[in-house]
Ligand binder design. Structure first.
Ligand code: NAD
Ligand code: UFG
Length: 334
C-alpha cells in the first residue's frame, strides 16, 4: 500500500516513515522543508535501506496538491505537516490558522475527490487544557484553547469529524502527549531551530554546554515537588501508534468513522524528575535555576492509554530513561 506522509521529513513524520517502511508500506512524502532538511530523506534510507519517494510541495498550494493527487495513487494519508510552536502562534496567528487549517482542508478535499479513504491526524493533548480528572481519558471535556496553535488542533478535529460524516473518509486523530527522544541509530531526531522552547531539547543542549542554564518554569505548582508534570512518550513508540491506527482503518476495525486516541505512556513525570532521570541516564550534569511559571502552562497532564491499548493493540514499550538516552545520543551526533 502507498501511504502519503505529509510533513514526513519532520521530527515525528521521519520516525513514522521509518516505521512504515519497516512494516512493508510504500511511502511518499510531501514536505515544504519549512521546518526540516532534505538530508533527512537520506538518513531514512540509511536506516531502512529504502529511499522514500519525495515531493517538495507546500500544501498551501492547492493546484500543486491537486496535481499530486492526480499523479499518484494513494491508499492512505498520515498528516503531520503544520506549524507547531505555541509561542510563535500567539505572535503569528494567521500563519498558524492558514498553515494548519487550510492545508488540512486542501488535503481532505483532494482525498474526497480522489476517493482516498484512510486518514490519520496529528492532534495533541493540548485539546484537554488542564483536565479536571487524571489520568486523562478521551472523554475528558475539550477546553478553550490557550493559543492559536491549540485552537488549530481543536478546530482540526472538528473539521475532520464533520468531513467523515459527509464523505467516505475514515479518520483517526491521535492526541499525542509529549513526544521526546530519537531513533536508536541517532540518524534522525528533533532539530529545534534557534533556542529550544521544549524541555528535553533544552535539557540536552544545557548538558552539551550550548545553553548555559535550564530555566525551570515554576516550582510552586500543586505537585509533589512543585514542578509541572507531563507524560513523555518516546517518538519511536509514537511512530508505531500511527501504524496501528492505519491498520485499524485498512482492516475496517474502526467502530466509528472518526475516532480519537490518547498516545502517551500513562505515567507523569515532573520537570525535576526529568532532569534527575537525564543526569542518571547519561552521567551528565544539567545546570538549572527556578524561574517564574511560563504563561499558558498547565500543572499536570498524563494519559489514560487504556483505549489505545485495547482498540489499537498498541502500548508504549520504551521508558523515560530510554527516551532521554536516545535524545542525548542524537545531540552528540549534531
Ligand atoms: P515538525 O515541524 O518537525 O514537522 C512538520 C513538518 O511539516 C516539517 O518537516 C515542515 O517542513 C512540514 N511542513 C510545515 N508546513 C508545511 C506545508 N505548508 N506544506 C508542506 N510541509 C509543511 O513537527 P513535529 O514535531 O514532527 O510535529 C508533527 C505534527 O504533530 C504537527 O502537526 C504537530 O502540531 C503535531 N504535534 C506535535 C507535538 C510535538 O510536541 N512535537 C505534540 C503534539 C502534536
Ligand atoms: N519547561 C521548563 N523549562 C523549559 C522548557 C519547558 O521548565 O525550558 C517545562 C514547561 O514549563 C512544562 C514542561 O517543561 O512544564 C514541558 O514543557 P514543553 O515545552 O516541553 O512541553 P509542553 O507540555 O508545554 O508542550 C506540549 C507540546 C505542545 C502542546 C502543549 C500543550 O509540545 O505541542 O504541550 O500543552 F501544544
Amino acid at each position: 500500500m502507498k501511504i502519503l506522509v505529509t510533513g514526513g521529513l519532520g521530527y515525528i513524520g521521519s520516525h513514522t516513515v521509518v516505521a512504515l517502511q519497516n512494516d512493508g508500506y510504500e511511502v511518499i512524502i510531501i514536505d515544504n522543508l519549512s521546518n526540516s532538511n532534505i538530508k533527512v530523506l537520506h538518513q531514512i534510507k540509511k536506516i531502512t535501506g529504502i529511499l522514500p519517494d519525495f515531493e517538495k510541495i507546500d500544501l498551501r498550494d492547492k493546484e500543486a496538491v491537486s496535481l499530486f493527487f492526480k499523479q499518484y495513487k494513494i491508499d492512505g494519508v498520515i498528516h503531520f505537516a503544520g506549524s507547531k510552536a505555541v509561542g510563535e502562534s500567539v505572535e503569528k496567528p494567521l500563519l498558524y490558522y492558514e498553515n494548519n487549517l487550510t492545508t488540512l482542508i486542501t488535503v481532505l478535499k483532494e482525498m474526497q475527490k480522489n476517493k482516498v479513504s484512510h486518514f490519520i491526524f496529528s492532534s495533541s493533548c493540548t485539546v484537554y487544557g488542564q483536565a479536571d480528572k487524571l489520568p486523562i481519558t478521551e472523554n475528558a471535556p475539550i477546553k478553550p484553547a490557550e493559543s492559536p496553535y491549540g485552537a488549530t488542533k481543536k478546530m482540526g478535529e472538528i473539521i475532520i469529524k464533520d468531513t467523515t460524516k459527509a464523505s467516505t473518509i475514515k479518520a483517526i486523530a491521535l492526541r499525542y502527549f509529549n513526544p521526546i527522544g530519537a531513533h536508536k541509530s541517532a540518524l534522525i531526531g528533533e532539530l529545534p531551530l534557534g533556542v529550544p522552547q521544549n524541555l528535553i531539547p533544552f535539557v540536552v543542549q544545557t548538558a552539551a554546554g550550548i545553553q548555559k542554564t535550564l530555566s525551570i518554569f515554576g516550582n510552586d505548582y500543586p505537585t509533589p515537588d512543585g514542578t509541572a508534570i507531563r507524560d513523555y512518550i518516546h517518538v519511536v513508540d509514537l511512530a508505531k501508534a500511527h501504524i496501528a491506527a492505519l491498520k485499524r482503518l485498512i482492516t475496517n476495525k474502526n467502530k466509528t468513522n472518526c475516532e480519537f486516541f490518547n498516545i502517551g505512556t500513562g505515567k507523569g513525570s515532573s520537570v525535576l524528575e526529568v532532569v534527575k532521570a537525564f543526569e542518571k541516564a547519561t552521567g551528565k550534569k544539567v545546570n538549572f535555576k527556578i524561574v517564574d511559571r511560563r504563561a499558558g502552562d498547565i500543572t499536570t497532564a498524563y494519559a489514560d492509554t487504556s483505549l489505545a491499548n485495547k482498540e489499537l493493540g498498541w502500548k508504549a514499550e520504551l521508558n523515560l530513561e530510554d527516551a532521554l538516552k536516545s535524545a542525548w545520543a542524537w545531540q552528540l551526533k549534531q
